[in-house]
Design a protein around this ligand. Structure first.
Ligand SMILES: Nc1ncnc2c1ncn2[C@@H]1O[C@H](COP(=O)(O)OP(=O)(O)OP(=O)(O)O)[C@@H](O)[C@H]1O
Ligand SMILES: NC(=O)c1ccc[n+]([C@@H]2O[C@H](COP(=O)(O)O)[C@@H](O)[C@H]2O)c1
Ligand SMILES: [Zn+2]
Length: 252
């Protein structure tokens, strides 16, 4: 019932519209915290949501993927997975976790058996190679964990947004790493949820003490008003946005 595998790959889902410095910091904050708790982080993945995800002002995934790729140049231990955006429609988060966990299992077993016929282009397998999965006395599996902000956790309570079964599977089979966000109280939210309390051992809440209110919404607003977004997003992401006239920057 409790996840005791300390070998972890962090997977973050979301719009990344556009990717901000806080999206990148989430991975760094989570890795530091989990390392202190004795976990070993074998890599990270960003899985942007499909264009069919009904969200206001969502830029096409082609652009969101390109921006994520630019942003990740300064965070090489995290890779983009474009599996979600390549599907025919929106994919629920439980299925996103399931797909990547299956892929990871296949890759690890093919490495252990010295067969290499799996397409692993979307997974950061170099971390797996470099992080001792082939060591003896090592647990040879890696758990995909959902990395999210406290707002995403609290969206579990939005009526009709998440299936009850999906929430249970996410927290039971994968586990959560939740980064604090101002205006949200993940500890209280867990306390008030029977299912989250049942599996609280699988939820790591990480407090970001250097609190930072960057959000994509605020960045889009600043861009549209022709205000500076420097130090909120990567310079290369800003250049990409302006080059393609995204978020109302055309002719500004
Ligand atoms: N400042 C932040 N602190 C903690 N978590 C964050 C922060 N910004 C984004 N996240 C997390 O990153 C993931 C992707 O979020 P998302 O793409 O919605 O970014 P966002 O900044 O919330 O964008 P938007 O304003 O468009 O909703 C989510 O799990 C979200 O909770
Ligand atoms: N039922 C579900 O699995 C479910 C519901 C709502 C959002 N989500 C995901 O959570 C993320 C939320 O992103 P935003 O915070 O940008 O809306 C997206 O990746 C979306 O696909 C999943
Ligand atoms: Zn959001």
């Amino acid at each position: 019932m409790f996840l005791d595998n300390k070998n972890v790959l962090l997977l973050a889902t979301g719009s990344f519209n556009p990717p901000t410095n806080m999206h990148l910091r989430m991975f760094e904050i989570a890795r530091d915290h989990l390392n202190r708790l004795g976990y070993k982080i074998h890599g990270g993945l960003i899985s942007p949501t499909h264009d069919a995800y009904q969200k206001k002002d969502l830029a096409p995934s082609l652009h969101r993927c390109a921006m994520i790729q630019q942003a990740l140049v300064s965070l090489p231990w995290v890779k983009i997975s474009d599996w979600e955006v390549k599907q025919n429609g929106w994919t629920r988060t439980r299925q996103v976790l399931q797909y990547h966990q299956n892929q990871l299992n296949v890759i690890i077993s093919s490495r252990l058996n010295d067969t290499d016929e799996v397409d692993n282009s979307s997974l950061p397998v170099q971390f797996i190679e470099n992080n001792g999965v082939n060591d003896t006395n090592q647990n040879r599996s890696i758990n995909v964990r959902l990395l999210c902000g406290a707002d995403l956790l609290e969206s579990f309570a939005v009526p009709g947004l998440w299936n009850k079964d999906d929430i249970e599977s996410i927290v039971r089979d994968y586990g959560l790493v939740v980064i604090s966000r101002s205006g949200f109280n993940p500890q209280k939210f867990i306390y008030e949820s029977d299912i989250l309390t049942k599996y609280m051992a699988n939820i790591v809440v990480v407090t970001e003490w250097i609190s930072n209110e960057i959000s994509s919404t605020k960045v889009r607003r600043a861009l549209c008003r022709n205000e500076s977004v420097k130090f909120l997003i990567s310079d290369s992401v800003e250049s990409y946005i302006k080059e393609h006239g995204l978020y109302g920057t055309l002719n500004k």
